[in-house]
Write a protein that binds this ligand. Structure first.
Ligand SMILES: [Zn+2]
Length: 808
């Protein structure tokens, strides 16, 4: 019937009249409506009104009147604010009860969501970039189109969120997050020493009840006594108390004391709606006989000792007891490391477990299957689930890490499996990854959105419709990069099953590039710059170009297009190509340093570039390779680090700073961590130099050296594994120390070793006299492994440290 009525109306030209019946907000640049403050308003609602008015003013050029009562004969926007609990407080509705009224029905929180909706949908505002205190885009960067006439169709609109408990994509841009409808309704993570065993109660006089303390490595652990009065800021007061230990959950007193403390805290804070029972960070699980008996040597889905039965029983018992008096309080608890798997029993409805694993690792079908099984099991044990995801970009990676479609699908999967709270630990702080975090926010709000539509809309608004397809293609290049077959051969990919994929490593994730990839990207970005229209679009295009140049410079400086995905150089001819590209790499090391957007990335690519040069070593006897090295040595601007390295390979002499570095004598040998006993021994099974090496399946070699002579130090050592380890990784690092305090670290991490082949590793350390005004006392080299199976030892030999200034 409706169709029959409407069709003739439009055909006979009544369309204008129909539009005129829309609810007018702006006409000829003048506001046609006033906002009516609700009588029982609060701060949050007032802030939402002020925000709307300030944002609308950027489009219209003037504010709407804000009145205490509805004006006669003028349109008014009225707010019908209702109390709502956390799961319901995202809901809002917009309707038109009479011809002069637009009514927003909302909660204190969702008043802002309703205004955001009006601003985006009808004013055309786009908050493209997160703003935070650390980044300045020098003036406006977001999109505010001029508005002369604006009317809203008189049609009821209702909206609720998908992840209705909690939504967060980065905790570093407080203040801006509400533009993206993000909702931080719960506190941070690892808050057990705030909410359950408070530092304020126990840390100052070290009065931690003995019953709750764990046995670690055979000894009762007691958290250290606070050095002075605890800060009033709870996050500062918490300090390191949330690291390296867990309560003993076998002791029934641990439950009783937790209940007592929580009841005390809730009595003092009647508005508190959440108790966080997260395990502390960095392990330290109790190894008392009772706890070990409960664990029974079992490992969980991610390969850790399985403490889930013990831990979740404790959480559940505490939550059940407290709920008798406080039925509306939530108990959040993280499913992390040793407590990742669900327990065998059902949890109380007020317990919200937060599963913590990098979601995009599920791009691998085997990981997908394994984790899906775990999520389903979790769904059977808890009525509400939360997720803690990692999606690092600029601070860990040199390329934008984009999986727009796939990550959105995974969020959909979470929602379909009862997850209602998502936190994504990431770098939402600059333009390096384009619309990544904007998309996250939109999907968290409405998981049924079309990610492609959101990304395209973002590109259109950022650089204009003509340039947008090229920007989209640039991002598409990276989406394809991270799933191309070559990426699976990188060492980076080996970290798939870790809680988060390798962080801090600056090379191997770039080795899936192919020759010509960066040129392709540059062409796309040049088109973006060329076709951007308005001054603001041009400004954004220039920012994207600079951010692309970070990746371009990194690829050139690290020889990423030449090095094979598995961190090898394929042939002597490739080694020559690599050496020929050193001058270009040097240019890019300089460009990278000067790029203003490098602040979230590493600032200096030189150490990584030098370390990658080692990959040509297998071809040192090739004449063409040697000729190319000779050419480089004649370059006046070749950095001393590279020059020194080449000279050493060609046989130059310099004293090894490390005594007995080939371990041919029984002493001195390196120590274990912090001067402890070396977890390993001298062995004559294999050696790369002389007869002996150090053998260990849990290697931790610490060399402590006096910092007498400042200069550039160059490390080389050889490593060998007789067989391949699935998870085993080699790491090494430098640490500068002032009066026993660690001041600075340079890491080389997560290297997998090929079977039965000695490999040489290199690293560089600039040893200054002082740092931040403190004299450097000594420095350390750590060479260590992680997760090698006990039957898979690693051998280290020929540890050499040269001061390049001493080369002869
Ligand atoms: Zn115990």
């Amino acid at each position: 019937m409706k169709k029959m009525i409407w069709a003739p109306l439009i055909v006979s030209g009544f369309l204008f009249q129909l539009a005129a019946s829309d609810f007018e907000l702006v006409k000829d640049g003048r506001s046609q409506a006033a906002i009516v403050r609700p009588s029982d308003r609060n701060k949050e609602v007032d802030e939402a009104i002020s925000f709307f008015n300030a944002e609308a003013e950027k489009c219209v050029g003037r504010k709407f009147d804000v009145l205490e009562a509805a004006p006669r004969e003028k349109n008014s926007i009225v707010l019908n604010v209702r109390k709502a609990s956390i799961p319901e407080d995202d809901f809002f509705a917009i309707d038109f009860p009479d011809k002069n009224t637009m009514q927003i029905t909302c909660s204190d929180r969702s008043a802002r969501w309703a205004f955001n909706h009006l601003l985006e949908k009808y004013f055309g505002v786009r908050w493209l970039f997160a703003r935070n205190a650390h980044d300045s885009y020098e003036g406006e960067i977001n999109h505010y189109p001029p508005v002369k006439n604006l009317a809203v169709p008189r049609k009821k609109f209702e909206k609720n969120s998908s992840f209705n408990l909690y939504r967060c994509v980065d905790f570093r841009f407080t203040g801006f997050e509400k533009n993206w409808n993000l909702k931080r309704s719960f506190t941070g993570i690892h808050c057990m020493v705030i909410d359950v065993f408070p530092v304020y109660k126990y840390a100052l006089d070290q009065s931690w009840p003995a019953e709750i303390l764990p046995v670690i490595k055979g000894e009762k652990y007691i958290p250290p006594k606070a050095k002075g009065p605890l800060s009033k800021n709870i996050w500062l007061a918490r300090g390191n108390y949330c690291i390296g230990w867990q309560p003993c959950w076998s002791n029934p007193k641990t439950t009783g004391i937790a209940i007592e403390n929580i009841l005390e805290i809730l009595a003092k804070n009647p508005d508190k709606h959440e108790i966080n029972m997260d395990v502390n960070d960095c392990r330290g699980f109790c190894e008392c006989p009772e706890c070990l008996k409960a664990v029974k040597g079992k490992t969980n889905t991610i390969g850790c000792a399985d403490y889930s039965e013990l831990y979740w029983k404790w959480v559940n018992d505490v939550a059940a007891a407290v709920a008798r008096k406080y039925p509306n309080v939530y108990f959040t608890a993280i499913a992390y490391t040793e407590v990742t798997d669900p327990p065998s029993f059902k949890l109380c409805p007020n317990v919200i477990p937060r599963v913590c694993l990098e979601l995009t690792a599920m791009l691998d079908p085997a990981v997908y299957a394994k984790r899906m099984k775990m999520f389903k099991k979790w769904g059977e044990k808890a009525s509400l689930l939360a997720y803690y995801d990692y999606s690092y970009g600029a601070s860990w990676y040199l390329f934008p890490r984009l999986y727009f479609g796939m990550h959105s699908e995974l969020l959909k999967m979470l929602h379909a499996n009862q997850f209602r709270s998502v936190f994504i630990e990431s770098d939402a702080v600059n333009a390096f990854e384009g619309p990544k975090h904007y998309l996250f926010s939109k999907m968290l709000w409405d998981v049924n959105s079309d990610p492609e539509e959101i990304v395209m809309d973002w590109c259109n608004h950022a650089v204009g419709k003509k340039a947008a397809p090229f920007l989209r293609d640039y991002y598409r290049f990276w989406e394809e990069y991270w799933v191309r077959p070559e990426i699976e051969k990188t060492q980076w990919y080996n970290t798939l099953e870790q809680i988060y994929m390798q962080g801090g490593e600056k090379s191997t994730h770039t080795f899936a590039l192919k020759v010509g990839d960066m040129e392709k990207c540059r062409k796309l970005m040049e088109k973006v710059v060329q076709h951007a229209g308005t001054p603001l679009e041009k400004k954004r295009a220039a920012i994207f170009m600079k951010n692309f140049e970070l990746s371009e410079s990194a690829a050139k400086a690290l020889f990423s297009e030449i090095i094979q995905p598995d961190s090898t150089v394929a042939s002597a001819s490739d080694a020559v190509t690599l050496l020929k590209s050193v001058p270009e790499a040097l240019v890019h090391i300089g460009k990278f340093k000067e790029n203003p957007w490098n602040r979230h990335v590493t600032k200096d690519l030189l150490p990584f570039s030098v370390a990658n040069l080692r990959l040509i070593m297998p071809y040192m006897n090739d004449n063409a390779v040697r000729a190319e090295i000779d050419k480089l040595l004649a370059l006046p601007n070749l950095p001393p680090e590279m020059k020194g390295q080449f000279k050493l390979w060609l046989g130059a002499e310099a004293g090894n700073v490390i005594p007995n570095g080939s371990f041919e004598e029984p002493s001195p040998l390196p120590t274990g961590w912090d001067g402890s006993k070396l977890p390993g021994s001298r062995s004559s099974d294999y050696a790369s130099d002389g007869k002996y090496s150090i053998k260990s399946s849990y290697l931790m070699c610490e060399f402590t050296l006096p910092a007498k002579k400042p200069g550039t130090y160059f490390l080389m050592f050889d490593a060998f594994a007789p067989k391949t380890s699935v998870e085993g990784r080699l790491n090494y690092m430098f640490t500068l120390r002032t009066k026993k305090q660690n001041r600075n670290h340079t890491y080389y991490r997560d290297i997998s070793l090929p079977a039965n082949k000695w490999q040489t590793f290199t690293g560089m350390l600039y040893l200054p006299l002082e740092q931040s005004g403190k004299m450097i006392d000594n420095f350390q080299i750590h060479i260590y492994t992680r997760k090698f199976e006990p039957d898979c030892p690693v051998y280290i030999d020929h540890v050499r440290l040269y001061r390049l200034e001493d080369l002869k």
